[in-house]
Unconditional design. Sequence first.
Length: 113
Amino acid sequence: MSTNCLIVIEDDSPLNFALEMLLDANSGIKAVKSRANDFQEFVDEVSRLRSEVVLLEDSSTLTGKNSLTQLLMSNTNLKIIVILRDSNYIHIFRKEEIKIQSSSELIEAIQSI
């Protein structure tokens, strides 16, 4: 089963680059880098691409509670994963928080939601 994962990359940080490469290398996940310039463009992009999962860094301007709530309301089946940059945790909205130890655990978390 292929998961369409939209990655929001707002800068050229090593973490963002590594996430893009990791997901592209995994045959079960199609990673798409966001091209949106603002929140509404992002919402439209998520719908147009039929993304199942959105992967954000906690430093993203899109991780505010209002933004995430609006995004979830506009696409009720969407799963949002926020990677906490300074720890080994990811937060899966509407589900749980998971501590990850490796890149394979990140892939498993994306596939399990």
